[in-house]
Design a protein around this ligand. Sequence first.
Ligand code: AMP
Length: 249
Amino acid sequence: MKILVPVKRVIDYNVKPRVKADQSGVDLANVKMSMNPFDEIAVEEAIRLKEAGKADEIVVVSIGEQKAQETLRTGLAMGADRGILVVADAMPEPLAVAKILAKVVEEESPDLVILGKQAIDDDSNQVGQMLAALLDWPQGTFASKVEPADGKVNVTREVDGGLETLSLSTPAIITTDLRLNEPRYASLPNIMKAKKKPIDEKTPADYGVDTAARLEVLKVIEPPKREAGEIVPDVDTLVAKIKEKGFAA
Ligand code: AMP
């Protein structure tokens, strides 16, 4: 079984984002960037399937600027076999990303594509679903357990009030939820080995995909600052304050 794992380079989850002065977006100058955390979970799951003898090749793919190569190297150091870097000047929107991934899938013919459920930079939560629609493949989103069995793959999903298990015929699309696994850290020897693993470089034009933006960002603003709390002497004062501020029904 071959597994394709799309990995996005995003602002590191520990960094507090700063909005640009002209409100056109988040300032990424000199900001630490890392692999999207849900994609680390996807890489980890692919590696565990390989270690369990259920997969034999893992290909990581990233679409973005040249520096996304570092994100691919992280995936290779964790244990993926090879990478594909699709270099685009500006970060393409989810639909364009899904179209490029659909072409990569056509070329690579994986049995599974495991994506993150969402990228933490723009929280779109779209690419996996769009890719499934473009390929007309079954999808198991927000997976908390993945178990291949006899040409099928069982995906357990956390839904309101319990767990749902789907049996998908392969090839299939899976998107990862937080509780699927805990990703490993790459060891130093594996980081060194990853430097020698191959990364193929492409452009969206190689796949015939137009990445022109179709959405316009009107403005990006900081969330309102939280006001300092206040200690009130008793419940009556608390209720009066709540009424005064308009929070009570
Ligand atoms: P999104 O729909 O943008 O929230 O992203 C969902 C998932 O799609 C991510 O967790 C990645 O697995 C994949 N993805 C999104 N954008 C990219 C990208 N530029 N390169 C590679 N994978 C991506």
